[in-house]
Structures are given as structure tokens and as C-alpha cells.
Ligand binder design. Structure first.
Ligand SMILES: NC(=O)c1ccc[n+]([C@@H]2O[C@H](COP(=O)([O-])OP(=O)(O)OC[C@H]3O[C@@H](n4cnc5c(N)ncnc54)[C@H](O)[C@@H]3O)[C@@H](O)[C@H]2O)c1
Length: 286
């Protein structure tokens, strides 16, 4: 492992437990979270908006994985979501810089692209949608992640930190398994049928942590296919009234249910391979 001591903000959350589990045998892990967990890793109960608390918790670490956030704008106010996620991300990066951390891997979101909600005046400009696609967030959560990405870029430009930004698609945890089949039939599905397993997202974070010589980069992590059981282009045509320009038509020739998002950058640069599909999730024991 490139780094000996890694702090994980939000390490006791749903994704954080997978990331901590995959890192545990490779380096020393400590957890920074508001919520206590049941793992054995050293734990710092610190709010991500507490700059001094974070600087103390990061002391002696060479890398940070930043996951702590309000991930679901439906559980609190838009204001609290925005303030926590933006202030928290700035404080995590500022504390990491102050503590002499070398690399931070940060959780953003595919929601920055703005395709959820099916806004009538915005859709994929081309398919599959990759990291170069324009972003148009229109609510507090996705906007907070867009601003977080700008904060990351700003800290890299200051010269002391390397930052890798991860944009996971909708991460499917076991309580959602019973709904997956229905979501695949829904032309208006909120996530445009995109999904990814937490185990696969965790492996992406580990690979981004280990990557050599990378001051800044951004990666979409999404399963190869969508939840849709009918061809993606057919369902998109029903949803949008047209099929967007195809930048990589071969993707949809090879796999008719291929995702509308592109994971090629993570495949090419990190060697990332999503291993778990929604069909595996349906077969998982209760
Ligand atoms: N779940 C998804 O589908 C999804 C998709 C894309 C991106 N993400 C991002 O991945 C990350 C992890 O998401 P998750 O689904 O595991 O969320 P989660 O809510 O399960 O975990 C978040 C963790 O952050 C902690 N936390 C929240 N506010 C905090 C604060 N102010 N100070 C310290 N700790 C705080 C919580 O206690 C929790 O343990 C988030 O940044 C989220 O935005 C999630």
C-alpha cells in the first residue's frame, strides 16, 4: 500500500464500513465520524465542520478518504445539507493540508450532472455520459457536491495536496434490493437506472488511493449495465422523446442495457472493474 495511515471521514456510514473493511488488511485505518461504530479501528468523534478537531484527528496520517456528508437531502433541510457538505469538505481539505496529509480521496456524486428529476430542459448531451460532460445541479445536495469538487481543485492548485474525486452513481444497499425490479421497469426512474454496489465503490476508493502520480482526477463509478430490463436507448427515447448523440455506439451494440454513464475512465486509469450486478443482488440471501 502506498500509504501507511489512512483516516476515513464517515467511516462508520454505509459506504464507509465497506471502505474501512477493504483497507483494514493493507494499512492502519482510523475513523472520523459523528456516529460510533462497532469496528476495532481507532475512532475520533469529530464533526466535519470542526477544523481544529479534524486537524488533530488527521495528525500522523498520510492520506484521508472523505465520505462524511449528508447523503440524502430528504432527511434534513436543503440548507443543512448544503452547509454541512460544503463547510465540511472545505474543513476536511484544510485540515488535511495543515496536518501534512499527501492525498485525499473525496466522495462527490453523479448527481452533479443534474440528470435526476428528469428536468425537461436538460438531458444527456451525448452517450454514455462521462467525466467531461457539463454539470447542471439544481438542488442543494448535488450543488453541494459540485462546490465540493471546486474546493478539491482549489486545494490541489495551492500545491500541497493530491485529490482524487469519486462520483459514485446511486449506491444500492440491501434494504433497496426488493425495489430493484420495479425501478428497472420505470421509464421515469430517478437515477436513470444507474446503480453500483457498495463493495465496488469501496474498491474504487482503494484504487484511487493507491494510484501513482496523480495530482487531480475525477472518476465516475457505475455498474456496466443499468437496472433497466429493456434496451437503454429504447427506454431513453420514451423518457426524453429522442435518443441523444451516441459518442460510443459500440457500448449499446455490445450490451443493449448498458448504463447511460461511462465508467471507462476508472477502468482505464485505475484498473477498476465493477463485479456485482443488480441480478446478483436479487439472488443475495436475506
Ligand atoms: N449512498 C449513495 O447512493 C451515494 C451516491 C453517491 C455519493 N454518495 C456519497 O458517499 C458518501 C457516503 O454515503 P453513505 O451512503 O455511506 O452515507 P451514510 O449516511 O451511510 O454515511 C455518512 C456518514 O457520515 C457521517 N456524518 C454525517 N454528517 C457528519 C458530520 N457533520 N461530521 C462527521 N460525520 C458526519 C454519518 O454519521 C455517517 O456515518 C457521502 O459523501 C455521499 O454523499 C453516496
Amino acid at each position: 500500500m502506498k500509504f501507511d495511515k489512512v483516516a476515513i471521514t464517515g467511516g462508520n456510514g454505509r459506504l464507509g464500513r465497506h471502505v474501512a473493511g477493504q483497507l483494514a488488511s493493507r494499512c492502519e485505518v482510523s475513523i472520523v465520524d459523528l456516529a460510533e461504530g462497532d469496528g476495532g479501528a481507532p475512532f475520533h468523534q469529530v464533526d466535519i465542520t470542526d477544523l481544529d478537531g479534524l486537524t488533530g484527528a488527521f495528525a500522523g496520517h498520510d492520506a484521508v478518504i472523505h465520505l462524511a456528508a449528508i447523503p440524502n437531502p430528504r432527511t434534513t433541510t436543503q440548507e443543512n445539507t448544503f452547509v454541512t457538505n460544503v463547510h465540511g469538505s472545505w474543513a476536511v481539505l484544510a485540515a488535511a493540508e495543515e496536518a501534512g496529509v499527501k492525498r485525499v480521496v473525496v466522495a462527490s456524486s453523479d448527481s452533479t450532472i443534474g440528470l435526476n428529476h428528469n428536468p425537461p430542459d436538460w438531458g444527456p448531451q451525448y452517450l454514455p455520459v462521462d467525466e467531461a460532460h457539463p454539470l447542471r445541479p439544481i438542488e442543494a445536495y448535488s450543488l453541494s457536491k459540485h462546490v465540493t469538487e471546486s474546493i478539491c481543485r482549489s486545494f490541489v492548485d495551492r500545491g500541497a495536496l493530491e485529490v482524487q474525486v469519486i462520483r459514485p452513481s446511486h449506491i444500492v444497499f440491501p434494504p433497496e434490493y426488493p425495489e430493484l425490479r420495479e425501478r428497472g421497469d420505470d421509464v421515469e426512474n430517478y437515477h436513470v437506472w444507474c446503480y453500483v454496489a457498495p463493495e465496488d465503490v469501496a474498491s474504487g476508493f482503494v484504487l484511487a488511493l493507491e494510484r501513482e502520480d496523480a495530482p487531480f482526477d475525477t472518476f465516475i463509478l457505475v455498474a456496466d449495465d443499468g437496472l433497466n430490463v429493456r434496451p437503454t436507448l429504447e427506454m431513453l427515447d420514451e423518457r426524453l422523446g429522442h435518443i441523444p448523440k451516441l459518442a460510443k455506439p459500440e457500448k449499446y451494440d455490445r450490451l443493449s442495457t448498458a448504463s447511460i454513464l461511462d465508467n471507462d475512465h476508472a477502468r482505464d486509469m485505475l484498473g477498476w472493474r465493477p463485479k456485482i450486478t443488480w441480478r446478483d443482488m436479487l439472488k443475495a440471501p436475506d
